[in-house]
Write a protein that binds this ligand. Structure first.
Ligand code: HAM
Length: 431
């Protein structure tokens, strides 16, 4: 009996050239994290549900999209919908706040899970690269974090991107703004969607980024939080902007940017794609500052800031911009085995790999012609021919593809000859 399964809806398998592209991007993440002195953190893929479902959280992510389960009627667990909560839970659990410098800037890369309607650039299992910075609360840190995210995308070759920036102010400013918004929206409430009507009391800020009511005429005159910002929050936000100017990072202030998660305070931002042709969901990454999460998990009153990039969206945009045109990674050597020579083939392949060469060999019973096809397919720089006669004489035949130079050499000179041939040439990976 055969059983046919496909990856569950909203999930994908990643392999082959596509995975090779992912790894190139992941390398860029690592380089940046090294330069900016962030250290990697790997937290569990599931956590106690309370890590994500915090009191009074009214976000869709927490209330509608989580994969929550119990095993053997024990405590409720949830597949992580995002990375921030787990990192902060871990930061507090291990008292990293007590260590301070050198232990307060983290990055992560891994799968996240949200029960959403799948579409291009939106999946139920997706990958995020993210950072969390728990140093001082400072507008210069905020600007640096935003600029870092932006520079990563630039370094990856994405040119059609834009930073959107806003502030949610401090607690007092937000409270004042909520009151202002409730007053403003009250007369329009019956013209608004069910979600907005529900959010009016609990989370009136989210009315600002409603996708359904987005183009209603009254949306154009919504008061800005800047009208009610406290002096301190205003000065803070101005410093963030001025520092982004000094760093030459282009941005747009977007009064209606409020973000989908509940924990943000002061600075919030998103980077969106301006390349509509790619057809992807436009937000490549989003983040912001959170004053209360460390405290929530039992740590000191300490603020953090971070962002997360959706890897699938990033890859769609990178592909649309032709970032990965040259993916072919050639082999240093293809070993052809003719007759009963595969054991020797394995031995020689192992020797070459130990010397740092990238090698494939033939394990099938195939003609010479068919094996030469493999040489082409792998785009190998050299071909090692191992025949029964060669083994009898303790020799091998080595051929250099680019100029068809072919030599018969004693077996123990193989690595030496490869070194001579491939040293300092571009196709050579040997260190
Ligand atoms: P978020 O805006 O919910 O923020 O997600 C960040 C990014 O993850 C989005 O901009 C998008 O690129 C990607 N993403 C989200 N949902 C999906 C999905 N269903 N399929 C594909 N990609 C998706 C956060 O998660 C915060 N933890 C960011 C943060 C870090 N804030 C502070 N620190």
């Amino acid at each position: 009996m055969k059983h046919n399964y496909q990856a569950p809806r909203g999930t994908v398998d990643i392999y082959g050239d596509e995975l090779a592209c992912w790894q190139q991007v992941e390398d860029v993440f690592r380089q940046f994290m090294h330069l900016y002195d962030y250290s990697e953190m790997r937290t569990p893929i599931f956590e106690d549900t309370g890590v994500f479902k915090r009191e009074n959280d009214s976000s869709d992510m927490v209330n509608k999209e989580m994969y929550t389960f119990t095993v053997n009627n024990k405590d409720s667990l949830t597949l992580r919908p995002e990375g921030t909560a787990g990192v902060i839970r871990s930061y507090v659990q291990h008292k990293l706040f007590a260590l301070g410098e050198g232990h307060n800037k983290f990055w992560y890369f891994g799968p996240m899970f949200r029960y959403e309607r799948p579409q291009k650039g939106r999946q139920r299992q997706f990958y995020q690269f993210g950072v969390e910075n728990l140093c001082e609360k400072s507008p210069y840190v905020d600007a640096e974090v935003i600029a870092m995210g932006y520079s990563i995308l630039k370094a990856l070759g994405l040119n059609h991107i834009k930073v959107l920036l806003n502030t949610l102010g401090d607690a007092a400013s937000r409270e004042a703004y909520r009151t202002t918004l409730r007053e403003y929206f009250k007369p329009y409430l019956d013209q608004m969607c069910g979600d907005c009507q529900r959010r009016y009391e609990q989370n009136v800020l989210r009315l600002l980024d409603c996708k359904i009511d987005h183009d209603q005429p009254f949306m154009n005159d919504v008061p800005s939080i800047r009208d009610v910002l406290s002096e301190e929050s205003r000065a803070y936000f101005e410093s963030v902007c001025a520092t982004l100017d000094a760093l030459d990072i282009p941005y747009e202030i977007d009064d209606r940017l409020v973000r989908g998660l509940d924990y943000y305070t002061d600075t919030v931002f998103e980077v969106i794609s301006t390349d509509e042709a790619s057809g992807a969901q436009s937000t490549v990454f989003g983040g912001g500052r959170y004053d209360n999460l460390v405290d929530y998990f039992g740590g000191p009153q300490q603020s953090g800031i971070g962002f997360a990039m959706g890897m699938e969206r990033l890859m769609i945009l990178a592909n649309a911009e032709g970032v990965f045109e040259d993916m072919q990674s050639p082999l240093d050597c293809y070993i052809m085995t003719l007759g009963n020579t595969q054991q020797m083939g394995v031995v020689l392949a192992t020797q070459l790999r130990a010397a740092g060469y990238r090698v494939e060999m033939n394990f099938g019973k195939r003609s010479m012609k068919s094996q030469f096809k493999s040489v082409e397919r792998f785009n190998a720089s050299t071909v090692l021919i191992v025949g029964e006669d060669e083994i009898a004489n303790n020799t091998v035949t080595l051929k250099r593809v680019k100029d068809q130079l072919q030599v018969s050499i004693p077996m123990d000179q193989l690595v030496e000859t490869m070194d001579e041939w491939l040293m300092d040439t571009e196709e050579h990976h040997h260190e």
